[in-house]
Design a protein around this ligand. Structure first.
Ligand SMILES: C[S@@+](CC[C@H](N)C(=O)[O-])C[C@H]1O[C@@H](n2cnc3c(N)ncnc32)[C@H](O)[C@@H]1O
Length: 222
């Protein structure tokens, strides 16, 4: 799914724009990328001199990410920590304490890139765990509009998924495939409701290349 060869021009434009809304976020020095693959936005973080933690379920992708860390290292980077973690978003709390990240939430943004939120098995659990860190949360998702759904279908077909089917549900547009793909493009209101349960509010909403939406949430208490 991360292979650029599978990305239609629309998906490539979406991914290229997806972190633009964070470029001027105040007090931001640490990107925590959840569902990062081998480091979807690691280069972006390195270019900006940010700390980086990447989390993914798939061991091979995490290993590839770790190998890329050595390649990307720059002079003065020793002052930045950059790491990959194998694990699930639902269990983010364990990672947060094991990695010594408590107390670092002010500078951190937890990013769920590339519609990762739509492919989580237990989104309520994962978003609840993210909110318990008290860091800002950025969720980039495919839009639930018809043109965006058409773009998704073209992209999933290029990834090799067969018998793609689309279902409109209360919470968003679900795409499934013969191989077991099960990916939602959640309605924004659903994500806003899920985060409101943890007393998070939507701070900023950005259109991403006509097919995606970037939603930046923060704890209501500031
Ligand atoms: C970035 S998302 C891409 C989703 C895809 N573009 C779509 O439209 O459904 C996929 C990545 O998230 C990871 N992932 C899925 N569920 C996860 C979870 N619960 N915890 C951590 N990573 C997860 C996968 O291993 C994969 O690398």
């Amino acid at each position: 799914m991360f292979d650029a060869l599978h990305h239609t021009p629309e998906v490539a434009a979406y991914l290229g724009a997806e972190l633009d809304p964070l470029a001027d976020a105040p007090d931001f020095d640490h990107l925590v990328e959840i569902g990062c693959g081998s480091g979807l936005h690691l280069d972006w973080a390195v270019e900006r001199g940010l700390h980086y933690d990447g989390l993914d379920l798939v061991a091979q992708l995490v290993d590839e990410g770790r190998a890329r860390l050595a390649e990307l290292a720059r002079p003065h980077d020793h002052a930045r920590h950059r790491r990959f973690h194998l694990g699930s978003a639902e269990d983010l709390g364990t990672l947060w304490s094991a990695a010594g990240l408590e107390g670092r939430h002010h500078g951190a943004i937890l990013a769920f890139p590339f519609n990762c939120a739509g492919s989580l098995a237990h989104p309520e659990t994962a978003l609840g765990a993210a909110a318990r860190t008290q860091a800002r949360i950025y969720i980039s998702v495919f839009a639930a509009s018809r043109p965006a759904t058409a773009c998704r279908l073209a992209y999933y077909a290029r990834c090799g998924y067969a018998a793609l089917a689309t279902t409109d549900t209360e919470h968003g547009v679900l795409v499934t495939s013969l191989e077991g793909l099960r990916s939602f493009a959640y309605h924004e209101r659903h994500l806003v409701e899920l985060l409101a349960r943890s007393s998070y509010v939507l701070e900023r909403r950005s259109e991403l290349a006509g097919v995606g939406v970037g939603l930046l949430f923060a704890p209501a208490s500031g």
